[in-house]
Design a protein around this ligand. Structure first.
Ligand code: PAN
Ligand code: ZN
Length: 192
């Protein structure tokens, strides 16, 4: 059957799509080793397996020419001084970009490329963020009470490389500060 155009409504105020193909839930336990303060991680884990973020995927074939999209919701919270965040990844096909559109909440996107450049861009409602090819990306919710909600869209053939980030981490971390948040160098960042 040939493809036909379709549209999807978002439920307000949650921004959850009325129709989606997959709902992913990422909890604290799936993010072991990703936060700097391992003691705080253990303490939080002893209180339960907090829900950190959720993704509602609108699936399409994972081939060039297609676009994959969905809604990402990062919940508010901290592990030690570090805000809740996504795992973050490079695209397996490094030369593929992504666009994020912020619908709700406050946060930042931490980005870096294999050449060692880093970038931290604020996410506030109405902001369109372009993640160029080659840049790993991780969204962080810096709001104290509200979810960070973004719409994302990327090429069908991009794929996800989580392994590089699991091994090395990101060069920059986002931590709490009197000004809202600040970025610091990750003392555990590994080369190679
Ligand atoms: C997004 C992310 C989503 C969840 O769809 O996959 O925000 O983050 P992690 O994949 O890092 O867990 C995207 O960037 N896709 O390419
Ligand atoms: Zn991506």
């Amino acid at each position: 059957m040939p493809d036909i155009p379709f549209s999807i409504d978002l439920a307000f105020p949650t921004c959850i799509p009325h129709k989606y193909d997959r709902h992913l839930e990422r909890r604290l336990s799936s993010m072991e080793g990703m936060f700097l303060d391992t003691q705080a991680f253990k303490e939080l884990q002893s209180k339960g397996d907090s829900l950190m973020y959720e993704v509602y995927e609108i699936h399409r074939p994972e081939i060039p020419g297609e676009l994959l999209s969905g809604i990402s919701i990062v919940h508010p919270g901290k592990v030690g001084n570090e805000f809740f965040m996504t795992k973050g990844h490079f695209h397996s096909v490094l030369e593929t970009a992504e666009i994020y559109y912020c619908l709700k909440g406050e946060g930042v996107m931490i980005m870096e490329n294999p050449e060692g450049d880093t970038s931290i861009e604020p996410l506030v409602p109405g902001k369109i963020l372009y993640v160029p090819p080659r840049w790993a990306h991780r969204s962080v919710c810096t709001g104290r009470q509200n979810d960070l909600v973004t719409f994302f869209i990327y090429p069908g053939n991009a794929g996800h490389d989580y392994g590089t980030i699991i091994k090395r981490g990101f060069r920059k971390l986002i931590v709490d500060s009197t000004d809202g948040y600040k970025s610091i160098d990750n003392p555990n960042w590994k080369t190679g």
